[in-house]
Write a protein that binds this ligand. Structure first.
Ligand code: ADP
Ligand code: MG
Length: 475
């Protein structure tokens, strides 16, 4: 009998399905994709870290039993976390769950190891001939206009997006810059634009990419001496969508190359769509000439949705999931989660999960508990203090050493990293950051940020520090 990842997983699923409620099965198991079977180790892809944690917490026993039935006592489960496009998730995280001969009824927490990016977007440079090649658009079809709820908070951005989709490159909205806070739908909207364009103009080359990935590709191209190929590749695109351009901040090489690509595309009537967490006027460490380009087209803001819009978003979501929930509860959630659509969805997901897992009915009480948890969690902000502690811990030194006047290279670097993260992750002023991290002045902090940016672009080991720390500080 020849086992494959698919066949093993299909058998596991049928066992799992028999043992949990249909709603829980739909929520937590249908989205999983089997990716690889190697020996007794099955790799499954899960949509997010939250998802993985949920499985670990609630279904690990069931998963283990299902797997052992298929693969025997040495069965291993490896999670491949399909991350969202944000800074700290450059690479997928592989989480290994040794299932082993330990007491199968006693779940063991998995150990986390990081592996380098194996699923990068198809390397543009191995494509010969440059013309008429098929480029994967990297779009997510489930982010579309049909399920992007319209409201006062997004009307301008949404209709500008529509206009651009109908006539890419042919409106004055070029570039179209969508900006707004976390979880307000920027990524969703820019995908929707791309999806619609692909639909209407299948021959157009559309490419979605996060600014981080773009940056990384650029750096790689410099390393491997293929900078020109990189530029040529991007110049062939008809509709270029770059998400979260605020992360270009401080990266002069990337900004420079993007400037050239942008000019070429713009001059040739190609469409550029960007998203950012702030308006161009508020962007920092982005070159003036680039900022002025950003302002050529239209900058449209996504604001926090009003109550009516939140209500509609919730109802649509529930309808799509085939879940019925009493009105009283829906209005409670819509009233209390105000500033972030992602959280709105998070509450719904938790509700469904809790209710199906604990075999409870949806109740207002349950809604209150969950909303409370969300509201509390988001108030937690990283502080300069927390950053100093984490950075010191990471480099195995104490905070006093990190703050000391020494010029030892490793200590200076740790201090500079602490300053860099304080600048990046908190709203604290440069002066105050300097003050808190060993009584330095604002110029020192600024210098530290520049140094870290430079080193990140040139020094692999150093970049790893930055990535590791970013993960520690933001998860
Ligand atoms: P951002 O990129 O601004 O951080 P996302 O685009 O990732 O935000 O949106 C967060 C979540 O909220 C996504 O699941 C998205 O589908 C959903 N969302 C945001 N705005 C809307 C909307 N107007 N209608 C429906 N869903 C929305
Ligand atoms: Mg986003």
């Amino acid at each position: 009998m020849n086992y494959t990842a698919d066949s093993v997983w299909t058998d596991c699923l049928s066992f799992i399905k028999d043992n949990i409620k249909p709603q829980a099965y739909k929520t937590w198991f249908e989205p999983i994709k089997p990716v690889k079977l190697s020996g007794e180790a099955l790799t499954i892809q899960v949509p997010s870290k939250f998802f993985y944690e949920w499985l670990e917490e609630h279904y690990i026993k069931l998963l283990r039993v299902a797997l052992v039935r298929q693969l025997g006592n040495d069965a291993k489960l490896i999670y491949d976390v399909k991350m969202e496009n944000n800074y700290s998730s450059n690479r997928p995280q592989i989480v290994k769950i040794p299932s082993s001969n330990r007491d199968p009824l006693k779940p063991q927490k998995g150990t986390v190891t990081l592996e380098s990016d194996k699923r990068e977007i198809r390397n543009p440079f191995i494509i010969p001939g440059l013309q008429k090649v098929k480029i994967e658009s990297q779009l997510n079809p489930s982010y579309n206009f049909a399920n992007f709820v319209e409201g006062d908070s997004n009307r301008l951005a949404r209709s500008a997006g529509m206009a651009v989709s109908n006539k890419p490159g042919g409106t004055s909205f070029n570039p179209l810059l969508i900006y707004g806070g976390v979880g307000l739908g920027k990524t969703h909207l820019v995908h929707a634009i791309g999806v619609k364009i692909k639909d209407k103009y299948p021959d157009k080359t559309v490419l979605y990419i996060s600014s981080d990935k773009f940056s990384q590709q650029y750096i790689d191209s410099v390393r491997s001496n293929t900078r020109n190929d990189f530029i040529h590749f991007y110049q062939m695109i008809d509709v270029l969508i770059i998400d979260d351009v605020q992360f270009f901040s401080g990266k002069s090489g990337t900004q420079d190359v993007f400037f050239h690509i942008f000019n070429h595309l713009h001059q040739n009537g190609k469409q550029v769509i960007l998203s950012s967490d702030k308006a161009p006027v508020d962007m920092q460490d982005i070159e003036q000439r680039l900022l002025s380009r950003f302002k050529w087209g239209l900058s449209a803001e996504l604001q926090a949705p009003d109550y009516e819009t939140r209500l509609t978003i919730l109802k649509n979501r529930l309808y799509r999931d085939g879940v019925e929930m009493p009105d009283e509860i829906i209005t409670y959630i819509a009233k209390n989660i105000k500033s972030n659509v992602r959280e709105l969805e998070g509450v719904i997901i938790s509700m469904i999960a809790q209710a199906s897992f604990n075999r409870k009915e949806f109740s207002l009480d349950l809604a209150k508990q969950i909303v409370d948890k969300f509201v509390k969690n988001t108030k937690k902000e990283v502080s300069v203090d927390f950053i100093q502690k984490e950075v010191s811990k990471y480099f195995d030194m104490d905070v006093a050493t990190l703050q000391s006047k020494t010029r030892k290279r490793n200590i200076v670097q740790a201090r500079q990293l602490a300053m860099y993260f304080a600048k990046r992750l908190t709203k604290t002023s440069l002066a105050s950051i300097g003050n808190q991290i060993g009584q330095r002045d604002h110029a020192t902090v600024l210098h530290a940020c520049k140094t870290v940016d430079n080193l990140t672009e040139t020094d692999k080991q150093f970049k790893k520090y930055v990535d590791d720390l970013m993960k520690k500080l933001t998860f």
